[in-house]
Design a protein. Structure first.
Length: 473
C-alpha cells in the first residue's frame, strides 16, 4: 500500500509541472520535441516519395501512383486521430483534476478502439483497393504502382494505429521528449531501409512500403513499452481496454473533429486528383502529389506546436487556471501564425525549392512551380486557424471544433474544387484552396473570439483554481 502511495505521488509530481512550471519554458519544452516528432513522422511518406520520384526510368509515374494512395493513408491516420486526439485531451483534463483512474480508463478505451479500427480497415481496403484507387485518380499507367504500395502498407495498419494513436497519450502527460523519441526511432529505421529496399534490392515502390511498415512496427513497440511501464503517469491496462459506453461517447464527441479534419483530407485528395485527371491528366495529378507532400512540410510543424501545447491548456483547464490557459493560447497563436507565414511564403515566392526535392522531371517541376504559389497563398495565415482549432479541442469544445473541421474542407474546398474548374478550367482546382483557407480562417477567428471568452468566464465555477501555485517567467 505504501509503495502504491509513493508511486501515485511520483506520478502526480511529474504531471503537476503542467500547472506550475514557468509557462514560456514549459511551452518550449513541450512544443519543440512535439514539432520534431511531427516532422520526423512526416518523413515516413515524404522520404518514400523523394526516393520513389528519383527511380531511374519510371520515377515520375511511380510517384504519381503512390500519390493516389494518399487518401487511404490519410483515412487510416484519421481513425487513429479519432481515438488518440479524442482521448488524450480528455485524459489530460482528468490529470488536471487528479483523477488518474479515469485518465487510465480513457487510455484503455482508446486503445481498444484502435485495435478494432485496425482490423476493419485492413480487411476493407485489402478487398476493395483497386476500385477505390481508380476512384481516387489512378489511371491505367499508374494503377500497378498504387496497388503495389498500398497492398504492403495495409499489412502494417495496426502498427500505424498504435504508434500514432497512443503516442498522443505520452505527450498528453507532459512526456514530449519520450513521444518524440518513439517517432524518431521509427523514422531513422525508415530512412535507412528505404534506399536498401528500393534501390539495392530493386524492390521499387514495394520496398518503400515495406520499409514504412517495419519502422512503424518498431515505433508501436516503443509506445506500448512506455505506456505499460512504471514511467508512465497513465498506465495502459488490458482490463480497461473493454469499451465503456460513457467513455467511448466522450472520446467520440471530441475525436470526431480531428477525424473529420484528416478523413476529409482524403475526400479533398480524391476530389482534386479526379478533377486534375479530368481537366489535365497524369502530369497534373503528379503536381498534386508533390504539393500534398509540401503541404505536410508546412502544416506538420504547426501541428507539432499545437500538439505540444494542447496538454498544457487541457491540464490547466481541468485545474481551473484561467491565466495559464489564456497565456498558453496567445503564445501558441503567435508562433503558429509565424510558422505558416514563413513556410508557405517559401512556396509562394520560391516554389522550385520544394518542387525539385521530389522529381527530376523538368516538365513536372515547371508545372508544379506554375501552380504552387496560387495553391499555397491562403496557407500563409492558416496558423491562426490551427491555434484556435487546437484550443477548442483542448477545452473539450466538441461542437464548435466539429463545425470548424467541416467548414474548410467539406463546406468550402470540395464544392469550390468541383465548381470553379467548370468556369476556369484546371486552374480553378488550384484556386479553390486559397479561397477556402481565407474564408475559413476569418470565420474561425470570429467564432473563437466569442467562444473563448465564455469558456474563460465559466471556468471558475467548476474548476479548482491553482493560480497561486503558478511561477511566472
Amino acid at each position: 500500500m505504501a509503495a502504491d502511495t509513493r508511486q501515485k505521488n511520483s506520478d502526480s509530481g511529474r504531471d503537476e509541472r503542467l500547472g506550475t512550471a514557468p509557462l514560456g519554458r514549459l511551452m518550449a519544452g513541450m512544443a519543440v520535441p512535439a514539432v520534431a516528432a511531427q516532422l520526423i513522422n512526416v518523413l515516413y511518406n515524404i522520404v518514400d516519395r523523394i526516393y520513389i520520384g528519383h527511380i531511374a526510368g519510371y520515377g515520375d509515374v511511380a510517384l504519381t501512383g503512390v500519390g493516389v494512395t494518399f487518401p487511404i493513408i490519410m483515412l487510416i491516420a484519421a481513425f487513429s486521430a479519432f481515438a488518440g486526439m479524442g482521448g488524450a485531451p480528455l485524459a489530460s483534463i482528468q490529470l488536471g483534476k487528479r483523477d488518474h483512474d479515469r485518465a487510465e480508463r480513457i487510455l484503455g478505451n482508446s486503445a481498444g478502439l484502435l485495435i478494432i479500427f485496425s482490423i476493419v480497415l485492413t480487411i476493407f481496403f485489402s478487398i476493395y483497393k483497386t476500385p477505390i484507387l481508380y476512384a481516387f485518380g489512378a489511371s491505367g499507367q499508374t494503377i500497378s504502382y498504387a496497388e503495389s504500395y498500398i497492398s504492403i502498407y495495409l499489412i502494417g495498419t495496426v502498427f500505424v494505429q498504435i504508434a500514432v494513436g497512443l503516442n498522443t497519450f505520452i505527450s498528453g502527460q507532459g512526456e514530449a521528449r519520450t513521444a518524440m523519441f518513439s517517432v524518431l526511432i521509427g523514422a531513422v529505421i525508415n530512412i535507412v531501409l528505404d534506399p536498401i529496399f528500393i534501390f539495392a534490392l530493386h524492390m521499387g515502390v514495394k520496398g518503400a512500403a515495406l520499409a514504412t511498415i517495419i519502422s512503424q512496427a518498431v515505433s508501436a513497440a516503443w509506445v506500448l513499452r512506455f505506456l505499460l511501464s512504471e514511467k508512465s503517469v497513465m498506465r495502459l491496462r488490458v482490463s480497461y481496454m473493454k469499451l465503456q459506453k460513457d467513455i467511448v461517447v466522450h472520446i467520440a464527441g471530441l475525436g470526431i473533429s480531428p477525424f473529420i479534419m484528416q478523413s476529409t483530407e482524403s475526400l479533398v485528395s480524391i476530389t482534386l486528383n479526379s478533377g486534375l485527371q479530368r481537366y489535365g491528366g497524369d502530369l497534373y495529378v503528379g503536381t498534386m502529389s508533390i504539393m500534398t507532400s509540401v503541404m505536410q512540410l508546412i502544416v506538420i510543424p504547426v501541428q507539432g506546436i499545437t500538439q505540444g501545447i494542447q496538454p498544457i491548456i487541457s491540464y490547466n483547464y481541468g485545474a481551473g487556471n484561467k491565466k495559464r490557459v489564456k497565456g498558453a493560447f496567445v503564445r501558441m497563436l503567435l508562433v503558429c501564425f509565424a510558422a505558416t507565414f514563413f513556410l508557405a511564403g517559401i512556396a509562394v515566392l520560391a516554389p522550385k525549392v520544394y518542387a525539385a526535392l521530389f522529381t527530376n522531371n523538368g516538365k513536372l517541376v515547371a508545372l508544379t512551380c506554375k501552380f504552387m504559389p496560387i495553391y499555397f497563398f491562403g496557407i500563409m495565415i492558416f496558423g491562426i486557424q490551427s491555434a484556435c482549432q487546437s484550443t477548442f479541442l483542448a477545452l473539450g469544445q466538441a461542437k464548435v471544433s466539429l463545425f470548424i473541421a467541416l467548414l474548410r474542407k467539406v463546406i468550402l474546398l470540395i464544392p469550390l474544387a468541383i465548381i470553379l474548374p467548370k468556369f476556369m478550367g484546371v486552374i480553378g482546382i488550384y484556386r479553390a484552396e486559397p479561397i477556402a483557407d481565407i474564408i475559413s480562417v476569418l470565420t474561425t477567428s470570429v467564432l473563437f473570439t466569442f467562444t473563448f471568452k465564455n469558456v474563460l468566464r465559466n471556468m471558475g465555477k467548476s474548476g479548482m483554481m491553482s493560480a497561486g501555485k503558478e511561477k511566472e517567467d
